[in-house]
Design a protein around this ligand. Structure first.
Ligand code: SAH
Ligand code: SF4
Length: 365
């Protein structure tokens, strides 16, 4: 067996082995990696893709992450969708077979915002009899807030660490943002029994393959249920675009690095949910489908109304117009057909890693 095939069939990996697999250049070796990852997906998850309706319900943010296009210091028209408007959009997608929603926004900790999210959760639960799954991606909050949202029906949370390298984290965030605090939030989410997701950006300035290999091990150590990671895309109106000039891979390299990260993650954590990165589409229109073919199993379709799209550009986006939820999912299914993959309709699409964990815990009682 070749060295790479041997490495791919191990049960445990060192950081150096993962680094080697991330940096290998031989196209036959890379193909082996992709094929192995897809086999693992088929074996543990099947040829099934979970569907999420993504709504970017507010671009108002109190933070100033150096890489993000909606950071507080940027001048752009700020919006927060109304409770009814958010719920209407989500219910329309629910009726079109989307079994789960992702509510994403900038980060705010004021009571108006916290209650808005709470109210939307209550409305959704009532209207769908608790059947529509909900992931929140609304940043760092206090334990009380996470708990209140959990009680009102949110059951997944996505909080990317952005990188597991503390030094790199410091370089891409303002002084008062703390890696330790963000990690604490992640731990709190796990404690509150959220299906807990994190992730990193791939191809950040100064980031090495060694860092990315460590990110993979970090997901394992944290025993995370789901991962959303994707390429870093420089936004020209951000400090990092300037500071990091000359220190990032070219877009094609980031693209392939992302696919390798997806594939390796599927191999080392076979039962977690892995989102196909929306940002891949800004590099290659077929990117999200390719990610499925190397192990991702979740696709998020953006249902944010067109009038808000222009103002929610974390990174420069290719498409700023929205299709209706039904057309969106049909278009994706068509692209998935050649792979033999099926979008799962009307199901929450929980991570096996999480449901099996709960079963184990209950078995112990
Ligand atoms: N405010 C919340 C959620 C919205 S931001 C939070 O920060 O957690 C969601 C994700 O967008 C971030 O975690 C970050 O990984 C990603 N993001 C921001 N700017 C980006 C860029 N320039 N390129 C790629 N991803 C970016
Ligand atoms: Fe705000 Fe999230 Fe962007 Fe940071 S990444 S500026 S918290 S929206």
């Amino acid at each position: 067996m070749s060295l790479v095939k041997n490495l791919l069939s191990q049960k445990k990996w060192t950081v150096n082995e993962l680094e080697y697999l991330l940096t290998m250049k031989d196209s036959g070796d890379i193909l082996n990696l992709y094929q192995k990852a897809y086999e693992v997906k088929k074996r543990y998850i099947g040829q099934r893709v979970s569907l999420r309706a993504l709504i970017e319900f507010s671009n108002s943010c109190q933070k100033n992450c150096y890489y993000c296009g909606i950071r507080q210091e940027n001048h752009l028209s700020r919006y927060t969708m109304k409770r009814e408007e958010i719920v209407d959009c989500l219910l329309e997608s629910y009726q079109q077979g989307y079994g789960s929603a992702v509510l994403q926004s900038g980060e705010r900790q004021d009571s108006f915002f916290i209650n808005l999210v709470g109210d939307v959760l209550c409305d959704l639960r009532e209207a769908t009899e608790g059947k529509m799954g909900v992931t929140l991606s609304t940043g760092e909050q206090s334990e009380e807030v996470y708990q209140m949202w959990r009680e009102k029906g949110a059951h997944r949370y996505l909080l990317r660490m952005e990188t597991s390298n503390r030094e790199l984290f410091k370089k891409i965030h303002p002084e008062n943002d703390s890696f330790t605090e963000r990690l604490k939030s992640l731990t709190t989410l796990k404690k509150l029994n959220y299906q807990t997701g994190t992730g990193v950006m791939i191809g950040l300035p100064w980031q090495s393959a060694f860092d990315l290999a460590n990110d993979l091990l970090f997901f394992q150590e944290q025993d995370i249920d789901m991962v959303g990671m994707g390429p870093y895309l420089a936004h020209h109106e951000t400090p990092l675009a300037e500071l990091g000039r000359g220190f990032i891979p070219d877009k094609q390299d980031s693209y392939y690095l992302t696919l390798k990260m997806m594939a390796l993650l599927r191999i080392i954590m076979p039962t977690i949910n892995i989102a196909s990165p929306t940002a891949l589409e800004s590099i290659n229109t077929e990117g999200r489908i390719e990610a499925i073919s190397v192990g991702a199993n979740v696709i998020m379709l953006n249902i944010t109304p067109t009038q808000y799209r222009q103002s929610y550009q974390l990174y420069p986006k290719k498409s700023l117009t929205s299709l209706a939820p039904l057309s969106l999912r049909k278009a994706i299914q068509k692209k998935l057909d050649p792979l033999g993959e099926k979008l799962i309709l009307g199901e929450r699409g929980d991570a096996l890693h999480y449901t099996e964990g709960i079963n184990k815990k209950e078995g112990l009682r």
